[in-house]
Design a binder for this molecule. Structure first.
Ligand code: Z5A
Length: 212
């Protein structure tokens, strides 16, 4: 489904395992697009600043315990509470770089054994990214980077399952980048991958909705 064909910002999503480099690369991409004169913002999910986000944060830091389906729906609600602002900003011409989105929701919850279609259902109707940049790293390599902290999902065995659940979602619309390359090489590849999308959105590519 598609709507209007007005000029707008692009919705760029970065996905990948913990420590794959999403935070580092999102900031670099932000500087690049801003440097070219494109109005750009960097967002991340979970957004821990909202009341739902605070519940998620308590869960991730093991300060609270929630049923697997309950936390899944909270992650989704955290995206829904930002959806209208997301649409407003895109229609204002601002490109959004988003560090994690619905694909994280589906990957992490289905890695726990929840049915993938059940996991995808609450995401229906959220805005679809113009491009998903997947930073691909073997879980063992990611674990070697900076060490895992104490958050709930930061365990090698679980990250292996998450990697498989990402693979199950990957299609030809994803740009898969080898995240074991030097930071600057990845940065350049991401720049090359996004520019056409930013321009196509400026020229009026219609918004689309999950799941396209
Ligand atoms: N979650 C969920 O279950 N459901 C959902 O719907 C959503 C999320 C949205 C949130 O974590 C947790 O919530 C997450 C998924 C789950 N759990 N896990 N695991 P988060 O978003 O707060 O944290 P994170 O995404 O895992 O971020 P991170 O640990 O900060 O990783 P990162 O952003 O991908 O990597 P980084 O900080 O850019 O880099 C990590 C280190 O590697 C750092 O020292 C860098 O300097 C280094 N690095 C980066 N790139 C390279 C290269 N190319 N070579 C060498 N070293 C590098």
């Amino acid at each position: 489904r598609a709507s209007s064909s007005e000029s707008r910002g692009a919705l760029i999503v970065l996905e990948g395992l913990d420590r794959s480099g999403k935070t580092s690369q999102s900031s670099r991409l932000l500087s690049y697009l801003e440097g070219l004169g494109h109005s750009t913002e960097l967002w991340r999910f979970p957004d821990r600043n909202t009341s739902v986000g605070q519940m998620i944060s308590a869960y991730l830091s093991n300060k609270s315990h929630l049923d697997d389906r309950t936390i899944h729906l909270l992650f989704s609600a955290n995206r829904w509470e930002k959806r209208s602002l997301m649409e407003t900003q895109l229609k204002n011409g601002t490109t959004l770089i988003i560090d994690r989105y619905s694909y994280s929701g589906v990957a992490f919850s289905s890695a726990k054994g929840l049915d993938i279609e059940w996991c995808k259902a609450p995401e229906v109707g959220l805005l679809a990214p113009d491009i998903v940049l997947y930073l691909d790293i073997p879980p063992e390599k990611a674990a070697e980077r900076g060490g895992y902290g104490g958050e709930r999902y930061e365990q090698l065995e679980f990250q292996r399952k998450v990697a498989k659940c990402y693979q199950a979602q990957c299609d030809s619309s994803w740009k898969v980048i080898d995240a074991c390359q030097p930071i600057e090489d990845i940065e350049k590849q991401l720049q090359d991958a996004v520019l056409d999308h930013v321009i196509a959105c400026e020229r009026g590519r219609p918004l689309s909705y999950l799941w396209p």
